[in-house]
Design a protein around this ligand. Structure first.
Ligand code: SF4
Length: 220
C-alpha cells in the first residue's frame, strides 16, 4: 500500500499531468515535485500508469509499455521516443519478449554457409556479411555474432583459429577439420540419458543386470 507521502506525490503528479494534457518534460515534473529524486519520479509515474490512471499518455503515444524479459508479468513504461535497454528486452535474441530460437538458427546457418564459402573468415567479415543481409531488426553487436559463431564451434562444425600475422588481431573461423557426429554408439551410453537412473541399483527391480536399455545399446 502506498504511504501517505507516495499518495501525495501521486496526487501532485496527476494534477500536473492534467494541467499539461499534451505531455510534460521531466524538468517540469522535477520543478513540480522537487522532493522526489529521478528514480522516485519514474517509479511514481510507472505506478500511475500501471493503475491505468494515465491512459491519456499512452493514447497520445507519449509513453509506451515494455515488458521485462526477466519478469514478464511486470510492465515498465517509458517515454515513447526512448529505446528500451537490452537488459529489459533481452536484446537481439528475443522477439516480442519470446526467446527466438528460429531466428538464432537462421543466423547460425547463415554464418556457417559464409564460413564454408570463404574457407576462412574473420569475425569482422562474418559480422559485416550478417549485417548486410539485414536479418535482424536490432543492431547486432560483434559480441552477438561471436556468440552465434561460438555455438558452431561448440557443435564441432567450425574451428576457431589464431589470427595470422602481426597486423591481424581478429579471431578467424574455418570449417571444422574433424566434424563431431551428432551421436555415436559410444557417446549414447544409456546411463547418461536414462529416465530411471535414480531407481537403478545392483540387485534392485531396475538394475544393470536386468537393464533393457543396455541390451539394446549392445546390439549395435
Ligand atoms: S543400467 Fe540401465 S536402468 Fe540402470 S541407469 Fe543405466 S541405463 Fe538406466
Amino acid at each position: 500500500m502506498a504511504s501517505r507521502a507516495e499518495k501525495a506525490a501521486e496526487d501532485e503528479l496527476l494534477r500536473v499531468f492534467r494541467q499539461h494534457p499534451q505531455g510534460i518534460t521531466d524538468d517540469a515534473l522535477e520543478a513540480a515535485l522537487p522532493q522526489l529524486g529521478m528514480q522516485e519520479r519514474v517509479d511514481a509515474v510507472n505506478s500511475l500508469l500501471a493503475a491505468n490512471k494515465l491512459q491519456v499518455l499512452e493514447a497520445r503515444r507519449l509513453v509506451k509499455s515494455v515488458k521485462n524479459v526477466n519478469n514478464p508479468s511486470r510492465k515498465v513504461y517509458m517515454l515513447a521516443e526512448l529505446e528500451p535497454s537490452r537488459e529489459l528486452t533481452g536484446g537481439a535474441w528475443y522477439t516480442e519478449n519470446q526467446f527466438d530460437s528460429e531466428f538464432i538458427n537462421v543466423l547460425r546457418e547463415a554464418c556457417f554457409s559464409y564460413i564454408v564459402r570463404q574457407g576462412d573468415a574473420s569475425l569482422g567479415t562474418i559480422a559485416s556479411f550478417i549485417r548486410a543481409k539485414g536479418f535482424s531488426k536490432v543492431e547486432l553487436r560483434i559480441e552477438d555474432i561471436q556468440t552465434i559463431v561460438m555455438t558452431l564451434v561448440y557443435d564441432g562444425r567450425v574451428d576457431e583459429v589464431e589470427p595470422e600475422g602481426d597486423d591481424d588481431n581478429e579471431d578467424h573461423y574455418r570449417p571444422a577439420v574433424l566434424c563431431v557426429p551428432d551421436s555415436t554408439p559410444l557417446t549414447d551410453v544409456p546411463c547418461g540419458v536414462c529416465p530411471v537412473v535414480g531407481e537403478c541399483q545392483d540387485g534392485g527391480v531396475i538394475s544393470p543386470q536386468t537393464c533393457v536399455y543396455y541390451d539394446k545399446w549392445l546390439e549395435f
